[in-house]
Design a protein around this ligand. Structure first.
Ligand code: HEC
Ligand code: HEC
Length: 449
């Protein structure tokens, strides 16, 4: 009897419980149905804002010179060397063959169909500087913007972020293909290009040396390198006599990373303002009183780089979208076949454990959440480059997309030619005693990131 009552009670209770659950579920479901496909006004504004920032940022990253023609053309006269004597400039001019040889890239998506078929049939003279001018007119040379007079002659050139931080996929021909924004252009010889300038006096005056010295320094950089600190401290060579230039880093996969550049100068947007004003020589506003230090940054302190004001300001209004776009560019996945997946999976275990890599390169951002900086001693290298920056440290490199920039080596100056060399360095410096198999697996993992 007691059992029966209990049973009935249980049935009643469970029916009630199911009713409650179903009842509440159906009212949630009603609500969800009513709201499906809709969002609040503020959500819609945020989505539209994100899309606008992406579009504008991409344009800025690819095409904006921030008025830096005033430096590259009005002052250095680079456009005259590109055009050559036959087209109103000076010297032999720069043919497409020469341009490709110094690492400049051509965006095949922006080439008109007629030119594509002429190129395919070998009917374009790649040794004629006139062809370079035609390409500049079409705005297809990645990172270089040409401005033309009404008579068709080249009036000026300027450079954009894409010059150093984009390349192409070579799908049409070597150096000609679809844009890959954010990829470090390790073929680009920035020094050789700048050294073409007929007039390097403005740079020589800034650095307090003669023009011949400036040319020697520019020629010492080599492909894939640039010296962003030269205009601050005037140090062109390291104590060992090698060039003080650093590798061009990628500008993708930066979201979630606190400090940027090899030596952690600041946030992405700090550095964007820095580069646009002080390196590209665009016209804007830049404030960083750390540059007023006359001992550490004698050139910058003398030139007043710690507080730059231009009228009009062609940079500041573009910083928000530029920042947003760079944070949105993902690090590209390693192509299938470029690494051994089974070895990479074993290598992940080594990375996170025995090799101690993940202590600093914390997955999935592969740098430290927080203040991602280390002294030279902590990573077992010299402090020359670290000392050229405000915090005198090296920033833990985010490692995603390493496979895209193996040319030129690793670490800020490319001192380690291969990933195996990097692994050997850490193994002896950290005393981790990895086996041969662990080292091989670790390299496969690094290639897979
Ligand atoms: C002449 C080549 C060149 C141009 C043009 C250039 N950069 Fe760079 N960029 C570099 C080099 C070299 C570094 C590393 C500097 C350092 O660590 O001292 C760098 C660093 C960076 C970084 C830091 C990446 C990281 O790993 O944290 C970002 C972001 C960046 N550049 C964005 C830009 C943007 C945006 C522009 C355009 C406004 C631009 N760069 C123009 C050469 C260039
Ligand atoms: C103490 C912190 C620390 C540890 C531990 C550490 N790294 Fe690094 N790593 C750094 C720093 C800082 C840099 C930047 C060096 C520079 O700028 O020259 C770096 C740079 C690198 C680079 C070069 C990236 C590039 O773009 O050139 C690779 C690859 C790398 N580390 C892999 C590893 C591996 C693999 C391990 C484990 C065996 C490891 N790291 C352990 C801090 C660390």
């Amino acid at each position: 009897m007691r059992g029966k009552i209990l049973n009935i009670l249980l049935v009643v209770l469970s029916v009630a419980a199911v009713t409650v659950v179903l009842g509440s579920k159906s009212s949630w479901a009603d609500n969800e149905d009513a709201n499906r496909g809709k969002s609040t006004e503020s959500e819609r504004q945020t989505d539209a804002n994100a899309q606008r920032l992406l579009d504008e940022g991409k344009q800025t990253f690819r095409f904006d010179t921030f008025g830096d023609e005033a430096f590259w053309s009005d002052a250095l006269q680079l456009h005259r060397a590109i055009a050559g004597a036959n087209f109103g400039g000076v010297g032999p001019g720069v043919s497409p063959a020469t341009a490709l040889a110094v690492g400049l890239k051509v965006d095949s998506d922006a080439l008109p169909q007629s030119l594509i078929s002429q190129l395919k049939h070998g009917r374009v003279d790649l040794n004629d500087p006139g062809t370079t001018l035609a390409l500049l007119k079409l705005n297809v040379v990645v990172g270089v913007k040409g401005n033309f007079r009404t008579d068709g002659s080249l009036q000026s050139v300027g450079i954009t972020c894409a010059l150093c931080h984009s390349t192409v996929d070579n799908s049409f021909a070597p150096g000609i293909g679809q844009r890959l924004d954010g990829w470090a252009n390790r073929d680009l010889n920035v020094g050789a290009i700048a050294a073409l300038s007929p007039n390097l006096k403005p740079v020589a005056d800034l650095l307090g040396v003669d023009e011949a010295t400036v040319r020697t320094v520019l020629q010492s950089w080599g492909p894939g390198k640039f010296d962003a600190e030269l205009f601050l401290d005037g140090k062109a060579f390291r104590p060992d006599g090698k060039s003080a230039a650093t590798l061009l880093p990628p500008a993708f996969g930066l979201v979630g990373v606190n400090l940027h550049t090899w030596t952690g100068w600041g946030s992405v947007t700090h550095w964007n303002a820095f580069v646009a004003n002080l390196e590209m020589h665009g016209q804007g506003t830049f404030y960083d009183p750390r540059l007023n230090d006359p001992v550490k940054f004698p050139i910058a302190a003398r030139a007043g780089f710690g507080n730059v004001r231009s009228n009009p300001d062609l940079i500041t209004a573009k910083l928000p979208a530029l920042h947003f776009y760079q944070l949105a560019i993902p690090a590209p996945a390693a192509p299938a076949g470029s690494f051994d997946p089974a070895a990479a999976a074993r290598g992940a275990v080594v990375f996170n454990g025995a090799a101690k890599c993940a202590v600093c390169h914390v997955p999935p951002i592969f740098t430290e959440p927080g203040w991602n900086m280390h002294t030279a001693e902590e990573i077992g290298i010299d402090d020359f480059q670290a000392k050229r920056s405000p915090d005198e440290r090296y920033r833990t490199s985010p490692l995603k997309g390493l496979w895209t920039h193996q040319k030129g080596g690793f670490y800020h100056d490319g001192r380690f030619a291969t990933l195996r060399d990097v692994v050997e360095h850490y193994n002896s410096f950290l005393g981790t005693n990895l086996t041969e198999q662990q080292k091989l697996d670790l390299v496969e993992y690094l290639k897979s990131l």
